[in-house]
Design a protein around this ligand. Structure first.
Ligand SMILES: [Zn+2]
Length: 297
């Protein structure tokens, strides 16, 4: 499952494009004409921001210019590009401006990167950004990445060092995935991570196995994290049943999502300088859309 990430903004100066030296600038111009994406040659969608009628400046400034940003977006590969059209308006007391409207001297496109969320090479920061918007896709990430995700979230949530228990890596189950450590390196708690693909409810079995592993390793505190939405009621009763023998914390998928939301700031939108994040856009059918909707971020 691929997701497009916008990394950076590239500016194309019309002067440079006109001289023929800016190949990407020329490619962008031709795709604005053809309506086809320069990357995957698919039909693109065009969106325009129609500026609200501005109060004309007082005379004698008879003509004034307003900028109308345009976005060309490929729904297939996620590429977009933007230019702004400068419309010359006339003061109501004057005859209409007859000259041609011009284009803003710069056009923009982002550096885009398609990232496979299911891959074992995907960066945890990208997984966090993706899951922030698409939590249901937690089922698509690999078990190894789920462990790294929990490691990164618990580090921030507990404000402690959390590291992988590599010694247990090849054990099939019932083991310990992560350790939480005090500042002095002493182990504070052990963590088990279960990435669930089909289950919405975490049953008691693995929780019991984890308690067994804690007892065997003589660790006083355990944190069991599942990506399943919630725990079965039998599993939920276990921490209380343990009394003071062991401390067990259960973190459900819903709670993990709360932690993710708490510690993940959405990436800033990569947008041209004349585009504001709250601008509304019109598609060809006259529907009004937000920028996030047209860029699908
Ligand atoms: Zn495309």
């Amino acid at each position: 499952m691929n997701r497009v990430f916008y990394r950076d903004l590239i500016e194309h100066d019309h002067v440079y494009t006109d001289s023929g030296d800016d190949e990407i600038g020329l490619m962008m111009r031709s795709s604005f004409k053809s309506g086809l994406c320069p990357i995957c040659v698919c039909e693109t969608s065009i969106y325009q921001h129609i500026p609200e009628d501005q109060v004309p400046p007082p005379e004698p400034y008879g003509h004034y210019v307003i900028m109308q940003p345009v976005m060309l977006v490929c729904g297939s590969c996620g590429w977009w590009q933007s230019k702004a059209i400068c419309l010359t308006k006339s003061h109501p007391s004057l005859p209409k401006f007859k000259g041609a409207n011009s284009e803003w001297a710069y056009s923009y496109h982002p550096v885009i990167e398609q990232v496979d969320i299911t891959s074992n090479k995907v960066a945890i920061a990208d997984i966090r950004q993706h899951l922030l918007k698409n939590w249901e896709d937690r089922k698509l990430i690999s078990a190894g990445k789920a462990e790294l995700l929990v490691e990164s979230l618990l580090k921030e949530h507990l404000k402690c060092d959390v590291f992988s228990s590599t010694a247990n890596v090849n054990k099939p189950d019932g083991g310990i995935d992560l350790f939480v450590a005090h500042d002095n390196g002493e182990v504070k708690a052990a963590v088990q991570v279960k990435r669930r693909i089909t289950k919405d409810v975490e049953p008691v079995t693995e929780v019991r196995n984890f308690v067994g592993a804690l007892a065997i390793e003589n660790i006083q505190k355990g944190i069991f994290v599942t990506t399943a939405e919630r725990y079965s009621s039998v599993a939920r009763d276990i921490p209380e049943k343990l009394n003071s023998r062991l401390e067990l914390e259960l973190i459900s998928g819903n709670e993990l999502f709360d932690i993710l939301k708490c510690f993940t700031k959405p990436d800033d939108l990569i947008i041209p300088p004349y585009v504001k994040a709250d601008m509304m856009w019109k598609d060809n059918c006259g529907n009004s859309l937000k920028l996030e909707e047209i860029l699908n971020v």
